[in-house]
Design a protein around this ligand. Structure first.
Ligand SMILES: [Zn+2]
Length: 123
């Protein structure tokens, strides 16, 4: 993910991305196309009352889709996180357009829209 985008996200939702007690920050390692999914998730979490004591430890692309590691205090939060992970199965990791899971070079799995997929196989 672009560093500027990552920093903006972490700053807007610092309560979820930084754990002051342990001074750790969430590791984000995925494409920019999933930024809206993460932003959406954080907005929903922020709207919960009482606001959850929740910290993400990592968000990364794994086996082609988004995997989020976090403390999950309630089922409701676990479901919101799972829903976000599921959306990444149909959202291009590069540009955020609708996409699907493809098997790329060296069996690497990735979610791409048609355009990003053609760019990838022609590269
Ligand atoms: Zn795309």
């Amino acid at each position: 993910m672009d560093q500027e985008i990552r920093e903006a996200l972490a700053a807007e939702f610092s309560q979820f991305f930084e754990d002051e007690e342990t001074s750790t920050e969430c590791v984000i390692s995925c494409g920019d196309g999933w930024t809206p999914l993460i932003h959406d998730l954080c907005t929903k979490l922020e709207a919960l009352l009482p606001q959850p004591e929740l910290h993400f430890s990592s968000m990364r692309e794994m086996q082609g889709t988004l995997r989020i590691s976090a403390t999950l205090p309630t089922d409701e939060i676990a479901n919101l996180v799972k829903e976000t992970e599921r959306k990444s199965e149909h959202t291009c990791e590069i540009c955020g357009e609708p996409g699907r899971l493809h098997g790329g070079k060296n069996d690497k799995l990735m979610v791409r829209c048609n355009i990003c997929w053609s760019n990838y196989i022609e590269a």
